[in-house]
Design a protein around this ligand. Structure first.
Ligand SMILES: O=C(O)c1ccccc1NCC(=O)[C@H](O)[C@H](O)COP(=O)(O)O
Length: 264
C-alpha cells in the first residue's frame, strides 16, 4: 500500500537527517523560540466547524492538483476568507511539498500551522517546531503504541500540539489510549483512495469523544459536507484538493466556512 512506500522513503530521509544534525543543537534552538500558536483553540470554537485549509500541490491519488501553485498566495487567501488554521504538506517525494513552504507561510500569516507529513522519528518533531509548525500530524497506522506515546510526550514538551489521525475503530481506540486530545478521522481509504464521510459519522457514533477535538479529514468539498459535519458534532474539517483546485479559492473557502456555521 502507498503508506508502506511513503514510510520506507521517510526512513531514508530520517537517517540522513540524523547523520547531519545534533538533537542537542535543535533543543537549544527551540529553547529560544516564542510559544507556538494555539492550533486546538483555533479549531474548537463552539457551534462551528472550523476550516483547516490545506496547502497541497500534488497527491499520490490525483497527481498534480494545481499548475500555478503558490503557497504564499494560498495562505493569504485562506486567512482572508475565514479559515481557522492552515495545513502545509511538507513531504517532497509524494506530495511535492517542501519544508520551506511551512516557514514561508509562517512569515506570511498569523493562523496556527499544522505540518502535514509522515512523522516516524522524534527528530521530525524538533524539526517541525524549528520551521514554525504549531502542530504536527501523527498517523496511528504508521506508529506502534510506544512510539505514539513517546511522540505525544515529546511534542508536548517542546510546545507542539498533535493531530492524531485514525481511519478505523481499532486505531481510534489506540489514539484514545495514548491520550490524544485532537483526533483526525481520515475519510480516505489508503488502499483504494476512496473517500466517504460516513467513516467520520460511524466512528463518532460508536465512541464517546466528549472532551476530544474531532477533525474530519479528506473528501470534503462543499457546503453540504460542512453542514453534515456540523450536525454530527465535528469540530473542524481538513480540506485540500477542493480548495487548491477551485476556480475561485477565496469563494470556496467562504462557502465551506459558512457551511460550517460561521459568518466567516
Ligand atoms: O491525498 C492523498 O492522495 C493521500 C494519499 C496517501 C496518504 C495521504 C494522502 N493525503 C493526505 C491527506 O490527509 C489529505 O491531504 C487531507 O486530508 C486533505 O484531503 P483532500 O481534501 O481530500 O485533499
Amino acid at each position: 500500500m502507498i503508506l508502506d512506500r511513503i514510510v520506507e522513503h521517510k526512513r531514508q530521509e530520517v537517517s540522513e537527517l540524523l547523520s547531519k544534525i545534533k538533537i542537542d543543537d535543535m533543543v537549544n534552538k527551540i529553547g529560544k523560540l516564542p510559544p507556538g500558536r494555539d492550533f486546538r483553540g483555533a479549531i474548537s470554537r463552539p457551534g462551528q466547524v472550523g476550516l483547516i485549509a490545506e496547502i497541497k500541490k500534488s497527491s499520490p491519488s490525483k497527481g498534480l492538483l494545481c499548475k500555478d501553485f503558490d503557497h504564499r498566495y494560498l495562505a493569504k487567501i485562506y486567512q482572508n476568507n475565514g479559515a481557522s488554521a492552515v495545513s502545509v504538506l511538507t513531504d517532497e517525494r509524494f506530495f511535492e511539498g517542501r519544508l520551506e513552504y511551512l516557514s514561508e507561510v509562517h512569515e506570511e500569516i498569523g493562523l496556527p500551522l499544522l505540518r502535514k507529513d509522515f512523522i516516524i522519528d522524534p527528530i521530525q518533531l524538533y524539526q517541525s517546531r524549528i520551521i514554525g509548525a504549531d502542530a504536527v500530524l501523527l498517523i496511528v497506522a504508521i506508529l506502534s503504541d510506544d512510539e505514539l506515546a513517546d511522540m505525544l510526550q515529546i511534542a508536548g514538551e517542546i510546545g507542539l500540539q498533535a493531530l492524531v489521525e485514525v481511519h478505523t475503530a481499532k486505531e481510534l481506540e489506540r489514539a484514545l489510549a495514548a491520550g490524544a486530545n485532537i483526533i483526525g478521522i481520515n475519510n480516505r481509504n489508503l488502499h483504494t483512495f476512496d473517500t466517504d464521510l460516513a467513516i467520520t459519522s460511524y466512528l463518532m457514533g460508536r465512541y464517546d469523544l466528549s472532551g476530544i477535538t474531532v477533525v474530519s479529514e479528506s473528501g470534503i468539498s462543499n457546503k453540504r459536507h460542512m453542514e453534515f459535519l456540523k450536525n454530527i458534532g465535528v469540530n473542524a474539517a481538513l480540506v485540500g484538493e477542493a480548495l487548491v483546485r477551485a476556480e475561485d479559492t477565496g469563494e470556496r473557502v467562504k462557502e465551506l466556512v459558512q457551511g460550517g456555521g460561521s459568518c466567516g
